[in-house]
Design a protein around this ligand. Sequence first.
Ligand SMILES: [Zn+2]
Ligand SMILES: [Zn+2]
Length: 249
Amino acid sequence: MRLDVLSLLHSSSLKKLGVSLIDTLFPVRCISCGSRGECLCKRCLAIFPRRLKQRCPTCLKKTTPRGEVCFGCFGLSSLDGLFAASMYRSPLVSTSIHTFKYRFIPSFAQPLGNWLAERVREVDLPLPDYFIPVPLHPRRLRFRGFNQSALLAETLIDELTPGFDIPIIKDSLLRTRFTKPQMKTHTKEERQRNLKSAFSLLPESIPLIRGKSIWLIDDVSTTGTTLEECARILKDAGAKNVFGIVLAR
Ligand SMILES: [Zn+2]
Ligand SMILES: [Zn+2]
């Protein structure tokens, strides 16, 4: 009898029944319109707000075609540019990113990463030598179970370079100090203090980074301080060009 039950449990039809039962009880629904099947459906992605003008990440005033640092700010920042595809103040964008990160739903990486890849393709940015996702502190990574920026970077690579994968470097740039989220800081000084010595680069990675162009990938950039700090470390190690790519700012 026991054997019969075991074989039943292992039968594929029962597994399928279990999966469809889970789908029925807890169907995946679009976060925006509630339709079944995807966490963010194609119809809602089509109206996902686009940032039509990119600005220099240093002065935030001059508009530049792809978010490059403007002529007047040249040399003032370690970042060579910051491309932000959308606006975080849009409720659809902030809710999607919030659910992705704080409700632990990694499947958002696919629709959001695909959408980001389309925007990047539109501005025709030259592809980098490496992708580096902004790292999480190991304690936060253990808690969340995934690094949202690394998942976005993986989707971007799949979409932008089918057939010839650009390497993604996940274990060289490290977040060595546990900090509070930048969103919870109030002043520029507090943000800079919060991130002081928060990141470091493994010394054995320096030859890998030297002379290379890098895209730093993050989900959101609030003030640019995190990307700036990561870019500074990569530039100190000899990176030729560091461009931030974020879903929203
Ligand atoms: Zn929808
Ligand atoms: Zn500027």
